[in-house]
Design a protein around this ligand. Sequence first.
Ligand SMILES: [Zn+2]
Ligand SMILES: [Zn+2]
Length: 187
Amino acid sequence: MAPKCSFECQCGTMKWHINDGAQGRHVMCYCADCQSEIRHLHQEDSYLKNGGTQIFQTLPSDFVFDDGLDQLALMRLGPKGLLRWYAKCCNTPIANTLPAPTLPFVGVVLPTGHDHFGRISAYANTEAASVKVRQRGVVGAIYSLFFRAAKSALTGTGKNTPFFDANKAPIVEPTVLTLEQREAARP
Ligand SMILES: [Zn+2]
Ligand SMILES: [Zn+2]
């Protein structure tokens, strides 16, 4: 259980928060795709440490946009990639979701060193880290992701998501990076 956690983009236009008591997992993801996103947004200094990005995996029903929604933007690294939400006013990363709301999941992107959610419990995709990092906690993180999602589906909260509309379409049209852009951002 973690208390409410509020965020704002670097220029202060967009605000969002995670609800009081949101359950989730605090993980560090070193995958090349997460790194590419951060690099494309030129946010390496604030969001990458040794190639890793801190993420709080939780339910979309516990994620709330508070202000500046007109600045919300969406990118995909490729046509099948995750939806990567960010604030276009200043290129601040916000969260990642699956392409459709079928499985209730959001990975909230945290600035490096963010300590609200305590100890990092999983280190994932460490083969892409820029230093040697031992992979750990990943099975537990995946298990807890599906467990939370299943529980959410059972209780009906799984349908509550601020990222998709009633037709299960993302509320912002995604931009897919060109091959050139993707190559340029790759770690
Ligand atoms: Zn901003
Ligand atoms: Zn990743």
